[in-house]
Structure formats: C-alpha cells, structure tokens
Design a binder for this molecule. Structure first.
Ligand SMILES: Cc1ncc(COP(=O)(O)O)c(C=O)c1O
Length: 333
C-alpha cells in the first residue's frame, strides 16, 4: 500500500462525521422549560479536540497546498491549542516549532512533554519577547528566522479558522434547525469570530476565560472586516466569569465540573468550558434566558488541561482523585 501523502492524510484526519448533539436534562433547565443542547466537538478527536479541530482544519490545508513542511506558532506552556496543533502536525507529517511563553522548566509539564514526544521543537521566549507576538516587525523577524515555515498566530487566530467554525454552525443547523442562544467559551476570540460570521439563527453569548476581555471585540471585528465579513448575529461578551483570571481555578469551579460530570456524563475543562458553563448557569438563574428557549452550549474540548493541574497538585486531594478517575474512564472509553 502506498504511503499516504499529506493531502490524503489531511482528508482522513478532517473528515469526521458531524459531532454529536446531546440534549441535557436538569432542574435548572426544566424549571424554565429550557431545551439545552450540547454540541460535543470535544469528541471529534482524542487530541485535536473541539474548536482546535475546527480552527486548524483549513489552516493546515493551506499549509499543505502551499508546500510548507513546518508550522511555527505561539502558546503558553499549558496551551490546549499548541497541544492540539502538535498532534495534528504529527498526523500530517508536518514539523512544529512551538514558541512557548516563559522559561524552560524541567521536568516538562504534560502538555510540553506531549509536544516534545511528537519530535517537535520547543523554543522558549521570555515573557517580554512573547508580548511582541502581534507586532508586525517582530512577526517579520520570526518569518525571516523560519523561512520554510507557515507562521500561525497564537490560538489559531487566523482568517482560515473562521471557515472551520462556520462549518460547525452549518452542521448544527442540519442537526437542530434553529435555536435561540449559542453559548461558548472565548480566549483569543477566533472561535467566536467564526460563529458570528456564520448566519446563526439566535444570539451568540461568549464567556471570556480572561478578565477584562472587552478589547477582544475590536480584534474580532478587525479579523472579520479584513475578510470582508460582517457580524451576522447579535453577540454578547461576558468578562465577569473568568474567576480571578486566565487559568486560575478554585474549589467551587472544580466542584462544579465534577457535579456536571455526575449529572450529565460530560467533563468540562477548567479553563474555558467549565467557567463558561458556570457563567451560563448564572445567567439562567438570573432569569436572563426566556422560558422555553433553545440553548446550545459548544463544548470546545481542552480536557488535557486537567493533567497540568494534577501534575502541579493544584487540586484538593479528594478532587484530584475524582478528576483522575473521570479522566481514566474517558480514556478507556
Ligand atoms: C477548550 C477551549 N475552549 C475555548 C477556547 C477559546 O477559543 P478562542 O481562542 O478561539 O477564543 C480555547 C482556545 O483555543 C480552548 O482550548
């Protein structure tokens, strides 16, 4: 059998059937006759999960079509995005140079170890240098340093990511017809930009994983207008559910994720979807969602993040046991 070329590998990797859409039942929803749906993109691939699978799909196609054999991109030391990108590059026989924020620490954390095990390069940037990742001059310098590589911005915040998310929305329309709210977690804003540039039947509610995220509205609008796209739907950005800041966790959040798993058999991640779901529950409790609404929550993956918290022993002992047991069950399944 001939060895698959990169394009064939790409087709194989990105031709998954539609991700499942499940209906969740709970007192919070039934008391208001809310129909609550979860779009399970976290199940698309064991390592390239959720929005990363959607965002990377056409970016990597572009890389292959244009004969790049290397990708250069940026991310934090625990980045879900770099983790997923490294897995995708390995599957497509592309090399990744991961520009990682901060100093090297040994032993490597589970995320960086995963990238290293895939034979990719980890290049550490000081925090000051990392801050320049959006400066045109700095980017030009990086491109000159890696002339054979396609440079992809942090988080896959790239015009080609929009198309992948638009496809997700189209897929959902096939599955559900219409809905009143599409709720999702927001980091760089690329995923949200993709959703609002599609013709979404209802409002889009984006729950930021970082504090003071309002500036991202400007970035989102810029990305869309550069592509000649406009907002197709009303969207609202919530900045108050970051719970102390990006990647900061607390007992209440971890308990919420464990309880959500007990109630629905679905694990949320602690950085994005856990916080977003807590935010959404709060809006529901405050009566902001009209009775009998149809609400979709987008599960954007990111479960690998739990391994980082377990390794750093940042969970209470009992919670660590419970989360480990859940992860083991999911890995076996
Ligand atoms: C699990 C998860 N949810 C949401 C997001 C936020 O996506 P974006 O950066 O496109 O806003 C990320 C980041 O990629 C993520 O890993």
């Amino acid at each position: 059998m001939h060895e698959l070329n990169r394009l064939e590998r790409w087709e194989h990797l990105f031709s998954a059937p539609p991700s499942t859409l499940v209906t969740l039942q709970s007192y919070e929803f039934s008391a208001k006759q809310i129909k609550f749906y979860l779009k399970c993109d976290h199940q698309l691939h064991p390592f390239i999960s959720g929005n990363k699978w959607r965002k990377l799909k056409y970016i990597l196609h572009h890389a292959i079509e244009n004969k790049f054999d290397t990708i250069v991109s940026f991310g934090g030391a625990y980045s879900n995005y770099l983790h997923a990108l490294s897995a995708a590059c390995a599957e497509l026989d592309l090399h990744l140079i991961a520009l990682v924020r901060g100093e090297e620490t040994k032993p490597l954390n589970p995320c960086l170890q995963f990238i290293h095990n895939k034979q990719h390069d980890l290049v550490y940037l000081s925090r000051n240098e990392y801050k320049k990742r959006y400066d045109a001059d700095y980017i030009q310098g990086v491109k000159q340093q890696y002339p054979q590589a396609l440079l992809v911005p942090e988080g896959g915040f790239h015009e080609l990511a929009l198309k992948g998310m638009q496809q997700c929305v189209a897929e959902l329309q096939q599955q559900l017809g219409d809905w009143d709210y599409f709720c999702l977690a927001l980091g760089s804003g690329g995923t949200t930009a993709g959703v609002i540039s599609a013709s979404v039947p209802g409002d889009v509610w984006a729950f930021a994983a970082l504090k003071q995220a309002d500036y991202l509205q400007i970035q989102i609008n810029k990305l869309l207008s550069e592509q000649g796209l406009t907002k197709q739907s009303f969207y609202k950005l919530f900045s108050q559910y970051a719970r102390g800041g990006f990647a900061k966790i607390d007992v209440e959040l971890v308990q919420f994720c464990i309880q959500f798993y007990r109630d629905h058999g679905i694990l949320l991640d602690p950085i994005y979807t856990g916080k977003a779901m807590m935010g959404l529950f709060d809006r529901i409790a405050q009566g902001e969602i009209a009775n009998a609404s149809r609400v979709v929550f987008y599960h954007s993956g990111g479960l690998q993040a739990w391994f980082g918290y377990l390794q750093r022993q940042q969970l209470q002992v009992e919670h660590a046991k419970q989360i480990s047991a859940i992860l083991m069950t999911l890995l076996k399944g």
